[in-house]
Design a protein around this ligand. Structure first.
Ligand code: GLU
Length: 340
């Protein structure tokens, strides 16, 4: 049965490329005790079949890129996925791209693509919190809404988007905030890109920072990207984790600092030493929201640190990895955190 308020069939159905990477949207509950479910079991074709009426929105061209839970996502798949996304966008007959993806690291992939893919056509990431076999699985409607968004020329020029739970999020703004709820994705800083209900879309705004065509970053080549570690701060923290990251070969550190990107004295001394040794040190926050500004409780100017602005640690890591491929200058890196 088609969704009750499905869109009117598109007059000349646009072509949407669907790139599949796995995740719960393609997952099944497991009969064995002690195991909730397994990701990436179902084919994208069966997911499409579970969203009746989707063929009225667009013609779909399906490509398989990976079949993983997104906890296994990383730079190797990002490289392939970016190239395949770009190739699809470069085809004149393709109106937009949908990427199916696990929700755990969806925000990182979305932000990575937002920085390296060059197009004004819509790129939409979509996933699900409940496996395809669950009661009230959220995947089919999410996929339906994602295809509707990717097929809509008005969704273009907004950078990479994430569609879930009837909401459209900007890649830079979105974060997974809950382990299990279908409303896990939130855009806490600057709000939603829009709403989408049974394929009907309402747009709210434009992205505030440089992205896609306006971004100076390119899809990385074969060489490994600079290693950037995330260090989670806590009360009573020592210097051990930071020293270990430096010894391990990190070129950059992102600190998920307490409060406004703070570190206790011992950890701060280790971070200062890392900065003197030439590592880029970015201060983000473990709070889940708010701006980390320069020189509030930490003398960033003196220590050569970079403030993450609004980026959460995992997105700050993406930007720093790409930024370090261009420069190691803390002032230039700081400008990137204000621009992207
Ligand atoms: N860990 C899995 C993943 O990110 C399950 C989460 C999900 O897809 O919702 O792929």
């Amino acid at each position: 049965m088609a969704p009750s308020r499905a869109s009117v069939p598109h007059p000349s159905r646009p072509l949407v490329a669907v790139l599949a990477t796995g995740g719960t949207i393609a997952g099944a509950e497991m009969p064995r005790p002690g195991r909730g479910y397994q990701t990436a079991i179902f084919s994208i074709e069966s997911l499409i079949a579970a969203a009746p009426g989707i063929e009225r929105l667009a013609r779909l061209h399906v490509e398989h890129v990976a079949s993983i839970g997104s906890q296994d996502m990383g730079e190797a798949v990002w490289r392939t996925l970016s190239r395949r996304t770009q190739a699809a966008l470069d085809r004149p007959d393709v109106a937009g791209v949908v990427i199916t993806h696990g929700t755990d690291t969806m925000e990182e992939t979305a932000y990575f693509l937002n920085l390296v893919v060059k197009s004004s056509k819509p790129v939409v990431l979509v996933g699900a919190m409940r496996p395809a076999t669950a009661m009230s699985a959220d995947g089919p409607m999410n996929l339906f809404n994602a295809v509707a968004t990717a097929a809509d020329p008005e969704a273009g020029g907004r950078g990479v988007l994430v569609v879930a739970n009837d909401e459209i999020h900007f890649a830079r703004e979105v974060a997974k905030t809950n382990t299990t709820q279908v409303g896990t994705f939130k855009s806490t800083h600057r709000g939603l890109a829009g709403l989408v209900s049974s394929g009907r879309i309402h747009y709210y705004g434009a992205p505030v920072r440089r992205n896609t065509l306006g971004s100076a970053f390119l899809i990385p080549g074969k060489a490994a990207m600079p290693r950037v570690d995330i260090i989670y701060a806590y009360a009573g923290m020592g210097r051990g984790l930071i020293d270990a990251a430096v010894r391990g070969g990190a070129r950059g550190l992102v600190v998920a600092g307490v409060g406004n990107g703070n570190l206790g004295s011992a950890a701060l001394a280790a971070a200062a030493k890392a900065s003197r040794a030439g590592l880029a040190v970015v201060r983000s926050t473990r709070t889940g929201g708010g701006i980390v500004e320069r020189n509030i409780e930490v003398d960033d100017d003196r220590l050569g640190f970079i403030a993450a602005d609004e980026l959460n640690p995992q997105k700050a890591r993406i930007l720093l990895m790409l930024g370090l491929m261009q420069t190691r200058d803390p002032a230039a890196l700081q400008e990137m955190f204000y621009a992207y």
